[in-house]
Design a binder for this molecule. Structure first.
Ligand code: ZN
Length: 495
């Protein structure tokens, strides 16, 4: 398919820009992935779903995309929360586990939640701990170029010197004075030339378990290093898109820009994209506020703030009903409205399957061509998923009229309408039909039954009637009714 014009809001230029990749048909895209020292929560779902939509759309309009999303498995110090203790190491000590056991455990949880949300896996998922050498190389380059200094076994980025030659604060639109006045990072104060300097390499304290040798000390890289080092390794010195949540603009992405420019003399990223945050009843989500809800708790309904369980597709639809740059406020009412909206959409898809076309119909391809264009225009306008959804809701009204036989549709328009729902609802918005409110076991059942029916079709084609009858009879005994149609076998579970 010909590539459509796609406009994306670039945080760096603070405006929508026509997207033009560095290479004509290829897109390099890096998104900051999860820190794996806790269960995935609603805050993880939003960037994952936002950039999943972008990934799906870029591929759909004809680009080859290399999508890199990292795993932060070095347990970085979080000063305001944990008094400088490494989170993974702390948990490992308490539970007597290898730090990598903790990281693997939560990586698995994250992957499971992403599968349930129908978030496609990235092309490459590099781990920070697997790229210590690349991060050390980055630090060496920055030191060699004079934008960092060593102090007591740690290495710090010299923000003031960098700001004299370039501009620190270009992404978050701050100047150095603002940054100094708002700096809360008081760690390593006595080692730093300036309180705004950030660590590129930290010397490990004796109790620190995750540590690696380096020319400066046994220690670990500063958090911002990993994305610069891994982005450059897999996508090159300059690549197209870097994304993440808005909370990462400062300091994480600001520091990434400074590191890249200090190391290679030019910026690494063309388009910076950021999704807005999720609040819960108007408040930021946080453990201390008692409103910290994991994705598994949403799926099972096991949290006191939840009135019911919400299926993964309800969560996905809820997130897509807001534009990615607007805030989303979670409430039970909002999620229940999303569940109903999603049901309406999926019911229309089911209804559409049994609609029959007629001659001299009222609804023609003039309608479906316009609908398709409007949906593409919305996605091409900075991924405006809520507008796409509103166009699909409009189409649901037509489907209901067709079902009530108050209007008629031509053969071509019917096929086009089915295709539009397939493309936008399923392929691009990434929704899927959930059996009984998203029970994953039912989906697995379905996959297994479909496999048996494939084997039966093959047996029939081979005229192996004994096997084909056995599969049908055994499925019937287990409660599955199989019906042969001209498009193949269909089944339903009789209860
Ligand atoms: Zn990052």
């Amino acid at each position: 398919m010909a590539q459509r014009n796609l406009y994306l809001f670039n945080t760096l230029s603070r405006q929508k820009e026509l997207f033009r990749p560095i290479e004509p048909d290829h897109v390099g895209m890096y998104v900051c992935g999860p820190t794996v020292y806790g269960e995935p929560h609603l805050g993880h779902a939003r960037p994952a779903i936002t950039f999943d939509l972008l990934y799906r759309y870029l591929k759909h309009i004809g680009y080859k995309v290399r999508y890199v999303r990292n795993i932060t498995d070095v347990g970085h110090l979080e000063h305001d929360a944990d008094e400088g203790e490494d989170k993974i190491a702390k948990k490992a000590k308490l539970e007597q586990l290898e730090p990598m056991e903790i990281a693997q455990f939560y990586t698995n949880s994250f992957h499971q939640a992403m599968d349930m949300l129908n978030v496609l896996p990235p092309s490459i998922e590099p781990h920070a701990t697997g790229h210590i050498i690349e991060q050390e190389e980055l630090v060496k380059q920055i030191l060699a170029n004079g934008y960092a200094y060593e102090s007591h076994g740690s290495v710090y980025f010299d923000v003031e010197k960098y700001n004299r030659d370039h501009r620190y604060g270009i992404l978050s639109n701050r100047n150095l004075t603002d940054v100094i006045n708002h700096s809360r990072d008081l760690s390593g104060q006595e080692e730093k030339h300036n309180q705004v300097d950030f660590a590129l390499w930290k010397k490990a304290q004796p109790e620190h378990i995750m540590r690696w040798p380096s020319p400066w000390s046994d220690g670990f890289p500063g958090w911002h290093c990993e994305c610069t080092a891994m982005g450059r390794k897999y996508l090159g010195e300059q690549f197209d898109i870097h994304g993440g949540g808005m909370d990462l603009i400062f300091p994480h992405h600001e520091c990434e820009i400074a590191q890249a420019v200090a190391a290679q003399g030019k910026p690494m990223v063309r388009y910076w994209m950021h999704n807005n945050m999720i609040t819960i009843n108007g408040q930021k989500m946080g453990k201390s506020l008692g409103n910290f809800i994991t994705l598994q708790q949403f799926f099972s309904g096991s949290h006191e703030k939840l009135a019911e369980a919400y299926s993964p597709m309800t969560i996905r639809f809820f997130i897509l009903q807001a534009h990615y740059r607007s805030t989303v406020d979670f409430s039970n009412e909002a999620l229940q409205a999303s569940r109903k909206g999603l049901e309406r959409l999926l019911d229309a898809v089911k209804t559409l399957r049994r609609i029959e076309a007629s001659d001299h119909a009222a609804v023609t391809t003039a309608y479906t061509d316009e609908l398709r264009d409007k949906c593409y225009d919305a996605l091409s306008d900075d991924l405006n998923s809520p507008i796409v959804i509103s166009h699909l809701f409009d189409a649901c009204r037509i489907v209901n009229q067709l079902s009530d036989k108050t209007t008629t549709i031509s053969t071509e328009a019917l096929e086009a309408l089915k295709q539009i729902f397939q493309t936008f609802c399923f392929d691009l918005l990434g929704l899927r039909e959930e059996a009984n409110g998203g029970n994953e076991r039912e989906e697995s059942f379905g996959a297994a039954v479909n496999l048996l029916l494939e084997l039966r079709a093959k047996a029939k084609a081979d005229k192996d009637w004994a096997t084909s009858d056995k599969i049908r009879d055994e499925l019937a005994a287990a409660g599955f009714e199989v019906k042969d149609t001209k498009d193949g076998a269909i089944w339903k579970l009789n209860r």
